[in-house]
Design a protein. Structure first.
Length: 83
């Protein structure tokens, strides 16, 4: 059996009955959608999804910063007046 990566789970039939109520009851947490007792999808509120994307973007920017820190050694110092 697959691991369910959510504290809340519902069947597809339950989801069809009242999806808005389920989203409100989840308080921003993911809801595992089950088909024959196996997770087939995860439903998350829009705000949670947006926060997740922001976290991923921040992580990726952090990686770029770490890579560029090594380039500092070969940087040429320039005075602001020279620009």
């Amino acid at each position: 059996m697959k691991t369910v990566l959510a504290n809340c789970s519902v069947s597809i039939s339950e989801l069809k009955k009242n999806p808005s109520a389920l989203i409100n009851e989840s308080h921003g947490e993911p809801i595992a959608i089950l088909n024959h007792n196996k997770p087939t999808a995860y439903l998350i509120p829009a705000k949670t999804y947006e926060e997740l994307l922001e976290s991923i973007e921040d992580y990726q920017l952090g990686i770029i910063v770490k890579k560029r820190e090594n380039e500092k050694i070969s940087a040429i110092e320039v005075a602001i007046d020279e620009l």
